[in-house]
Design a protein around this ligand. Structure first.
Ligand SMILES: [Zn+2]
Length: 229
């Protein structure tokens, strides 16, 4: 038996060397029982491999695409509102629900600067916001909570609407001239004299840089769904 082992053991050692599974875990501390300190550097945020176009538009609907030609900006003419409250109000008018495609909160009812796409956007359905057939059928309706005849949009709302308009303009090839206030297409004060329409209509998204700070942020936005704060 002893002789038998003497023959077999060297074979095991040889097999181990061939298979490359020789001793690897050599401890630099001399083999004491003290646990090794892991000196792993802090990893940068992981960005999943996605196409730039997908990253650049966190509001891209899952399927379908409508022939969008315009963007129409509105205000609620109220100090407090949300997608839910507007939806209830528009249902009472006999509509199929909230008439806008996006609502941007002001901190009363929704978070300040929060962008929420409505069912009309998710299903790429026509809007019920312009009082004008062309603009209801082919206009993306964006409504900001607030009364901009009396007050200005918050800084967060302004940043949010500019980002949203910039992304939508790029995605659907809509020119700045086709980003209009409700009052441009119908006799109304909406979105109010304090809304900086020209500034917002000229919003642009910068060319997408993979791996940049913006990419990380946009990825996070995409992961969260739609919220911009
Ligand atoms: Zn309006």
């Amino acid at each position: 038996m002893r002789r038998h082992l003497q023959l077999i053991l060297p074979l095991f050692v040889l097999a181990g060397l061939i298979a490359g599974c020789g001793p690897k875990a050599v401890r630099s501390d001399g083999g004491s029982s003290r646990p090794l300190v892991q000196r792993t550097p802090i990893a940068p945020p992981v960005i999943k491999a996605q196409k730039p176009a997908e990253l650049a538009n966190p509001w891209k609907p899952e399927k379908g695409k409508r022939d969008w030609r315009h963007i129409v900006i509105h205000h609620t003419a109220s100090s407090r509102d949300s997608v839910d409250s507007i939806n209830q109000a528009h249902l009472k008018r006999g509509w199929e629900g909230v008439g806008y495609h996006f609502v941007i909160g002001n901190g009363n009812g929704m978070a300040d600067g929060e962008i929420e796409p409505t069912f009309r956007w998710k299903t790429q359905m026509h809007g019920a916001h312009a009082g004008n057939e062309e603009y209801n059928q082919h206009g993306i309706g964006i409504c900001l909570v607030g009364n901009f005849e009396d007050t200005h949009p918050s800084a967060a709302q302004l940043a949010a609407v500019k980002r949203l308009v910039g992304v939508l303009k790029t995605q659907y090839e809509i020119k700045s001239a086709n980003v209009v206030g409700h009052k441009t297409v119908k006799s109304t004060a909406c979105p109010g004299k304090h809304f900086p329409l020209t500034e917002v209509s000229q919003s642009e998204v910068l060319p997408f840089v993979v791996g940049g700070a913006d990419a990380t942020e946009l990825h996070l936005l995409a992961a969260e769904g739609s919220q911009v704060r």
